[in-house]
Write a protein that binds this ligand. Structure first.
Ligand SMILES: NC(=O)C1=CN([C@@H]2O[C@H](COP(=O)(O)OP(=O)(O)OC[C@H]3O[C@@H](n4cnc5c(N)ncnc54)[C@H](O)[C@@H]3O)[C@@H](O)[C@H]2O)C=CC1
Ligand SMILES: CC(=O)C(=O)O
Ligand SMILES: [Mg+2]
Length: 603
């Protein structure tokens, strides 16, 4: 059913009056069929007669004018009948059918698309984002109908500075960039990874109110090492092995120079780069450009918020965080990002050195427990390698089961990309945890790569656990009148706010302080009562509200660090004088909201 609730109605008024994203009623220079084929301006049967007359649309549409509300209802009706008609079909078939119907709307009418997405975010996020986006990437070459975003390949070397001007929008605020080398837990998907920047930017629009005309998904195609794709005649990317070393970096360098030359105020989010390049590019660019790595830094903030939540869930003061024993499974870009931020938090809270603060963390990769005995240890993992004196007798390479049995951790956190790795024996061992409310975070995506299912976690580890997963699971019926609450610990709770807060601050860099502020705001978002019931993260239904709070925290951190230069008409001085409440309101007012804008001036 169509609904324009109080929040939506007030957002609508706000967006008309204040949005920096849309500069009032726009006058379009296109005419006739060109307008109908431009998803940004297209209103389908919703063009009023004045616009049909003055824009050369008469005769190109059936005569009846259908209101936005009716169009909305009509779409939702077809979506619901698709759900009914595909009942009983394989999950992947149903999910792809849902993705297709949404994607067709996206290609045709962006205003309606984003409105249904915002209003139904809980139902649609699993389609446009994880888990279905993973399936879409895997099947991209077959699903491809129309391009979306920009593609820069190794063959474009030397051309990028001119290519960037092929993008039709004058202004771009947010770019999500991938090289497709580690798409969710699905590995190297080459050019097919473009689905991830598209899905992330849909979340930017839905959750943070970025103007969809000002966002840009980008694929850097430097080849793929996925043999199956290289042999697939329908594969749409470069059929060559991935570039390495300086050759690789020179492509990323060229793109970054081109993007920031054309749009000096843009923000670039690096997404789903394999670990070596995730860390290397973060170090290379973070002091030069306004950028961050979502998998390293966004994930870290969300995980830290969840970890602090587990301390509150036990009814303990936050300072007890330093005493929690935490096993991190997966020493990749995400796992190491989480460890770094969590260790810094322990050091801050306890006054210990960062080295001393690593004591209660145990890191595992595909070869088991990482200790100082590890041969050829990755330099990024080295600071977290355990001294054998601190492992209670566990050896180098000890298995996950051995570690959980011996250490009795408070938290088991998976970012390994390996589905089912928290098997029955591991989960049962968590019953002996030293915590009154052990936490199990199976954060890998998509669903089939989650370290365990929610049902298995509650079944084997007990009803008393706190559970979170990267992709959504339904709450678990514990068959005694109780419900096992499932949290979604996904960086989607932070990256939209990091992006929006940074944009509105006008900061040229994204600092640790800004990221820490984002994590802390998310951590404090839930009330004690909710947290004690195992609810660590808010429902995705309130994502705009969360993003406003996170965005405001990021903006204020930028102001506090003297990095804020302002945005649009609002300068650094005004930002500085805003109270916390004013800042949240300011961020909220700047969220774009989808309504049909007049395309001609009223006479
Ligand atoms: N929930 C969220 O917000 C996020 C989830 N992720 C998920 O985290 C996963 C990993 O991402 P990255 O760290 O970027 O990948 P990565 O490839 O950099 O790291 C994977 C790590 O897992 C380890 N591993 C592999 N098999 C293992 C096994 N059997 N036992 C223990 N460790 C094993 C590897 O040795 C490596 O250290 C992916 O599935 C991704 O979807 C990533 C970012 C955000
Ligand atoms: C959520 C996300 O960024 C990932 O799984 O890579
Ligand atoms: Mg990612």
């Amino acid at each position: 059913m169509w609904r324009l609730g109080r929040v939506a109605a007030s957002s609508l008024r706000r967006s008309r009056r204040f949005s920096t994203a849309i500069p009032g009623p726009c006058i379009i220079h296109k005419r006739g069929a060109d307008i109908l084929h431009d998803p940004w301006f297209n209103k389908d049967t919703g063009f009023p007669y004045t616009e049909r007359d003055r824009l050369g649309l008469r005769g190109l549409l059936p005569p009846r004018v259908i209101s936005f509300e009716q169009q909305y209802d009509r779409f939702m009706e077809s979506y619901r009948s698709l759900e009914k008609n595909t009942k009983g079909a394989a999950d992947s078939v149903v999910s792809l059918a849902k993705w297709r119907i949404l994607n067709r709307l996206h290609d045709r009418n962006e205003t309606l698309y984003y409105r249904v997405l915002i209003d139904n975010i809980k139902d649609f996020a699993p389609i446009i984002y994880t888990p279905t986006v993973g399936l879409v990437c895997q099947n991209y070459s077959g699903l491809f109908r129309r391009p979306r975003g920009m593609y820069f390949s190794a063959k474009d070397k030397g051309e990028m500075m001119s290519m960037i001007y092929n993008w039709p929008a004058q202004q771009v605020d947010m770019i999500v960039l991938t090289d497709g080398s580690r798409i969710l837990g699905l590995g190297d998907l080459g050019v097919q990874g473009i689905g991830i920047p598209i899905g992330k930017l849909d979340m930017y629009v839905a959750a943070a109110g970025f103007n969809p005309q000002r966002v840009l998904p980008v694929m850097l195609d430097v080849g793929t090492n996925n043999q199956k794709l290289l042999e697939d005649p329908l594969y749409l990317g470069l059929r060559q092995p991935r570039l390495e070393g300086e050759e690789y970096l020179s492509i990323v360098d060229e793109f970054m120079e081109a993007a920031f030359t054309r749009w000096p105020k843009a923000i670039v989010q690096f997404e789903d780069f394999q670990m070596k390049w995730a860390f290397e590019t973060l170090q290379r660019y973070r002091k030069k450009f306004c950028m961050f790595n979502d998998d390293v830094q966004g994930t870290a903030g969300v995980a830290l918020a969840g970890l602090l939540g587990t301390v509150r869930a036990q009814g303990r003061p936050l300072s007890d965080f330093a005493k929690q024993k935490i096993v991190v499974v997966g020493a990749g870009s995400a796992g190491l990002g989480v460890l770094k931020m969590a260790v810094q938090a322990v050091a801050r809270m306890s006054g210990k050195s960062e080295v001393a603060a690593t004591k209660n963390f145990f890191l595992i990769d595909k070869d088991g427990l990482i200790t100082k005995e590890r041969k050829n240890i990755d330099p990024a993992a080295a600071p977290f390698a355990k001294d054998l004196n601190d492992t209670e007798g566990l050896r180098e390479g000890a298995s996950l089961t051995e570690i959980v049995k011996k250490i009795k951790p408070h938290v088991l956190l998976g970012l390994s990309g390996v589905g089912g790795i928290f098997h029955e024996e591991v989960l049962k061992a968590m019953r002996e945890s030293d915590s009154t409310k052990p936490a199990i975070f199976a954060m890998s995506n998509p669903t089939m790569n989650a370290e365990c299912t929610a049902a298995d976690a509650f079944k084997h580890a007990g009803e008393n656990i706190v559970f979170a997963s990267g992709s959504p699971f339904a709450n678990v019926d514990l068959e005694n009148g109780k419900v096992g609450h499932v949290n979604q610990a996904n960086n989607m709770y932070l990256f939209p706010g990091i992006g929006l807060g940074t944009l509105l601050s006008g900061a040229h860099f994204i600092t640790d302080g800004m990221l820490q502020a984002a994590a802390e705001r998310l951590a404090s978002y839930m009330k004690d009562e909710e947290v004690q019931n195992g609810i660590l993260f808010p429902s995705i239904d309130s994502i705009r509200n969360i993003t406003a709070e996170v965005g405001a925290a990021v903006l204020r951190a930028a102001v506090a660090e003297d990095l804020a230069e302002g945005h649009g008409d609002v300068g650094a001085r005004e930002l500085k004088h805003m109270s916390e409440k004013d800042t949240v309101e300011y961020v909220t007012r700047n969220m774009w909201f989808p309504v049909y804008s007049p395309l001609v001036h009223e006479k």
